[in-house]
Design a protein around this ligand. Structure first.
Ligand SMILES: *Cc1c(COP(=O)(O)O)cnc(C)c1O
Length: 401
């Protein structure tokens, strides 16, 4: 993409995303797949990624907030769609009218929702969430009987339909962690109890990307894959993307804004944390923490310039950082690749995570709106041989202005 005349760009390879979705479906052949596209599809762009995931057969989309889910409906998506991060005030009615599956973790939510349903005049699709040990959202096992009883009553009254029972893992990215089997046992009990009370969920689900990749016994009826559809491994312990046939979807690069010779002993960037060891060439990479480059990459972040890995010299500033090219030359406008799939020798998002003490999820998700997303692979040959069997799941192009 070096011909793209932009300061910086995040190239998003939708053909890779589709291939990743297919690879994940093949790993969970008896389950449906939910493509998790929260947080603007982990920074990749929610609407184009949702559409690509649907094209590759994702039966479900998942978001955190109802606003994210409603935005997908506004863009024309008509397939199954769930969101799980609710606060008092909803918007319940809008979600019911938009046919969104609503996660409910407590009686307060069920009460607000059923009140809104009376106004909407149609039943809500509800998925009950049990906290099997993550300790975040979800109903505590001790409160499960009450929540299930409330849901059974609301279903009898025709106000809701319980479409799912679900939970979320705490440590699935650490294969063999004892909490995994413990959470699974609590989950099975919670499902059995709810079914014994008369609930008939269509989908029971607990698997995120790491569980989808490493724990077939957690797949149940549906797997919720986020980071893996973007070609990123959940953790080094789980493996490399390649081990699972996954390919990173985002490539972040920038055009050098300055290349100049400086003498030895020259301080570089705020605080002069770096001083040139001798006469050298400094190149200015025009992205900074306002673009989502972690300031923690100061002195550590890897960048490919002129075929070689360089390291961020000194501080990452709001809009820019510097690399020392040593004895090598370069030209303004040359491409600096921060991360990508790695085939051109560039670092990966995992390399950035290691260099900055975070996880690759954060590296891609934090890339800000100031960096334009450039979509490639939107339409190519692999879409012709799918038979479009999931016609209901297609995203309608017309709404996506
Ligand atoms: C983000 C999220 C996922 C996806 O997790 P990955 O590890 O990215 O696959 C699944 N379920 C819930 C509830 C989430 O919040």
């Amino acid at each position: 993409m070096s011909e793209t005349p932009m300061r910086a760009r995040a190239v998003v390879d939708l053909a890779a995303l589709r291939a990743n979705v297919r690879a994940l479906r093949a790993r969970a052949p008896r389950a449906q797949l939910m493509a998790v596209v929260k947080a603007d599809a982990y920074g990749h762009g929610a609407v184009p990624c949702a559409r690509a995931a649907r094209q590759a057969g994702a039966q479900w989309l998942g978001t955190a907030t109802p606003q994210e889910a409603l935005a997908l409906r506004a863009a024309g998506d008509r397939g199954r769609l769930m969101c799980w991060l609710w606060t008092p005030g909803g918007p319940w009615r809008e979600a019911v009218e938009a046919d969104i599956d609503i996660s409910v973790s407590g009686l307060w939510a069920l009460q607000e929702l059923t009140g809104a349903v009376r106004a909407a005049g149609r039943p809500a699709r509800v998925q009950l969430k049990i906290d099997t040990g993550l300790g975040r959202n979800g109903c505590q096992p001790a409160d499960w009987e009450k929540l299930v009883a409330g849901a059974v009553d609301a279903e009898r009254e025709g106000l809701i339909r319980v479409t799912g029972i679900w939970s979320h893992f705490a440590c699935a990215d650490e294969p063999g962690h004892p909490s995994i089997q413990a959470q699974l046992a609590v989950f099975k009990d919670a499902v059995a109890y709810a079914e014994a009370q008369g609930l008939t969920p269509e989908v029971r689900h607990i698997a995120n990307s790491p569980a989808t990749l490493t724990l077939p016994e957690t797949h149940f009826d549906l797997v919720r894959t986020g980071v893996a559809i973007y070609g990123i491994s959940p953790s080094p312990e789980v493996g490399a993307p390649d081990d699972f046939g996954l390919r990173p979807v985002m490539t972040l690069s920038a055009s050098l804004a300055s290349v100049k010779r400086v003498p030895g002993g020259h301080g570089v960037s705020y605080g002069h944390l770096y001083t040139t060891p001798g006469e050298t060439t400094l190149a200015l990479v025009p992205v900074g923490y306002a673009d989502g480059i972690p300031r923690a990459a100061s002195g550590t972040g890897p960048v490919l310039v002129g075929g070689k890995w360089r390291t961020v010299a000194g501080r990452v500033a709001m809009d820019q950082f510097v690399v020392d090219l040593g004895g090598d030359s370069a030209h303004v406008g040359d491409e600096a690749v921060l991360f990508g799939p790695g085939d051109r020798g560039e670092p990966t998002a995992e390399d950035w995570a290691r260099a900055t003490g975070t996880i690759a999820y954060e590296v891609v998700t934090r890339i800000s709106a100031r960096v334009p997303r450039v979509y490639v692979g939107e339409y190519d040959s692999d879409m012709c041989d799918q038979g479009n069997s999931e016609h209901d799941n297609e995203v309608d192009d017309t709404g996506d202005a």
